[in-house]
Design a protein around this ligand. Structure first.
Ligand SMILES: *[C@@H]1O[C@H](CO)[C@@H](O)[C@H](O)[C@H]1NC(C)=O
Ligand SMILES: *[C@@H]1O[C@H](CO)[C@@H](O)[C@H](O)[C@H]1NC(C)=O
Ligand SMILES: *[C@@H]1O[C@H](CO)[C@@H](O)[C@H](O)[C@H]1NC(C)=O
Ligand SMILES: *[C@@H]1O[C@H](CO)[C@@H](O)[C@H](O)[C@H]1NC(C)=O
Length: 492
């Protein structure tokens, strides 16, 4: 008995130790919903569990996702879209209603393990100008008060997901980090508030965008197993931009007296299509390097203890804004349907596994008819533009996985995307009599002619009714710090 009690006691201590850190290191992912054909939530939850994700971040309090996460054992971060900040900042009552409807209900009714609320999404992104500068902090205060009032003050912690452009470094080195001058005081107020309430900071880090934004960026430095181009910062040698970026924030925090506040990574990942650097090889190299660090419990030079990291992203989203670039729709480690894009070791020797139980539409495609008279190229190009106005043709853009198709196959690609996006409706394959339905898969690696999943809509109306909140350009970043590193940092 004695031994058993001692074991129990130590086990408890262990648990308490974990709890008191507030943030325990885990493997998280972002679950975005900006798809025309969303995988059923229960299938997504199973997919996350099968692949070892123990945390998930949602950009909005989607009821179906929150229900499916009930009793799943997965910890949930619920995001509040930027366009809701003004109303939540405006009145404590609005914040209380939001917490009641979007947090309390799901915890009590469905057993959803909501642990974190993310206030806004990169609200201080430079390109948003000052749109959310006035509302973010009051919304944070009101939501925190509402959580306390709802009796959730202990279990649900608040955070603000920040773009890496809220800090910069004038020296070009991570040790020179400080907050951007225009929001310096605001960042200190927010950080103090988070610290006082047991919250934490969340930062999104995108080595891919560093590379994409600057042709002179040293490519190897974007990856974890880089052997060239280290950056020497006093006693620390940085071998990758992820560490350098994260530690620039830590330096900013230390400089302002917040060296102890927990910081997690809310988004990090690599897309697979629609940019010269967005491909399977680079995505695998980056994400495998990231997963290996997580498995090893590795932190950064300035923060040795590991932190929570949420991979961006779980699934591709074909209705995401492409304002930052066509690659925006290709961040998933899985295709939109939960099929595996590339091999990944998820840790503990486990390979990535695909979604189970996915129902597809029939194995048929809409293609350019072999007998189509394409004598009038205008008619063809009009048909393609029409299709691509409603369907995602990003993979057929130059330099992408279907970017080298001949004009016939290119037309077929567009026709098929439209046909599939319209759930294979009969009238969705009738481009001025130029198209036919075929049961022969036109795919030729690496170009995939998609078949959409069955969302129960075959002959129903074409207009997607799914409402998608969230900010399309959540990933639009100007990486000032990285530019500073490149332009000022003489090291490379
Ligand atoms: C959350 O709660 C508010 C009530 O304040 C409601 O209007 C909103 O639709 C809910 N759902 C989401 C996804 O925010
Ligand atoms: C192929 O189709 C895309 C739209 O899907 C269009 O932007 C592109 O110009 C076309 N290319 C060729 C070679 O026809
Ligand atoms: C398509 O073909 C049918 C029959 O061959 C014809 O009646 C119809 O007018 C054609 N439609 C177009 C838009 O060319
Ligand atoms: C796609 O996004 C647009 C703009 O955000 C939205 O209006 C539309 O309803 C979405 N379509 C689907 C099918 O989700």
């Amino acid at each position: 008995m004695g031994g058993f009690s001692l074991f129990c006691f130590m086990f408890l201590l262990c648990l308490l130790g974990f709890e008191s850190r507030g943030v325990s290191a885990g493997l998280g992912c972002n679950w975005g919903l900006q798809s025309t054909h969303r995988l059923p939530p229960d299938i997504v939850v199973r997919l996350m569990k099968d692949n070892g994700f123990d945390k998930v971040k949602l950009f909005e309090a989607d009821p179906a996702a929150l229900k499916a996460l009930g009793k799943s054992g997965i910890e949930v971060m619920v995001g509040i879209p930027n366009d809701m900040l003004a109303s939540l900042a405006g009145s404590p009552g609005n914040a209380e209603a939001w917490v009641q409807q979007n947090v309390s209900t799901f915890i009590s009714k469905f057993g959803t393990d909501i642990r974190f609320v993310a206030i806004g999404n990169e609200p201080f992104l430079h390109s948003y100008k000052d749109m959310f500068i006035q509302t973010t902090f009051p919304a944070l205060q009101n939501i925190q008060a509402a959580l306390v009032k709802a009796g959730l003050g202990k279990n649900v912690k608040v955070t603000v997901p920040l773009n890496a452009d809220v800090y910069q470094t004038d020296s070009g080195l991570p040790s020179g980090g400080d907050f951007r001058p225009d929001i310096h005081d605001l960042m200190l107020k927010i950080t103090k508030f988070l610290q006082d309430n047991g919250g934490f900071l969340t930062v999104n880090i995108y080595p891919f965008l560093s590379l994409q934004a600057d042709p002179n960026f040293p490519k190897e430095f974007a990856f974890f197993n880089n052997v060239a181009n280290p950056v020497v910062d006093g006693p620390i040698t940085y071998t990758n931009v992820y560490d350098a970026n994260f530690d620039t924030l830590i330096s900013a925090l230390e400089k302002n007296g917040f060296g102890q506040i927990p910081v997690i990574v809310g988004e990090v990942g690599w897309p697979t299509d629609c940019d010269p650097n967005a491909n399977i090889d680079n995505a695998r190299r980056f994400n495998q390097g990231l997963l290996d660090r997580i498995t090893k419990g590795q932190g950064t030079p300035k923060r040795r203890t590991p932190t929570d990291i949420y991979l961006f992203s779980l699934l591709d989203e074909d209705n995401k804004s492409i304002e930052p670039g066509n690659f925006e729709r290709h961040w998933g480690i899985f295709n939109y349907d939960g099929s595996v894009k590339y091999q990944l070791n998820m840790g503990k020797g486990k390979s990535i596994v695909p979604a189970k139980g996915v129902k597809y539409l029939s194995r048929q495609w809409c293609v350019l008819s072999p007998s189509a008279g394409v004598s009038d190229p205008n008619v063809l190009s009009q048909s393609i533009s029409f299709a691509c106005q409603y369907a995602d043709c990003t993979s057929a853009s130059p330099g992408s996985s279907c970017g080298n198709l001949d004009p016939q196959r290119n037309a077929s690609y567009a026709f098929n995307m439209y046909y599939q996006t319209m759930d294979q409706r009969k009238d969705a394959c009738s481009f001025n009599n130029l198209s036919v339905v075929t049961t022969v898969d036109p795919s030729q690696p690496p170009c995939r002619y998609e078949i959409m999943i069955d969302i129960g809509k075959h002959e129903l109306s074409a207009s997607g009714s799914a409402k998608v909140a969230g900010t399309g350009s959540q990933l639009l970043i100007s990486l000032m710090m990285v530019l500073a590193l490149v332009t000022n940092g003489a090291r490379f």
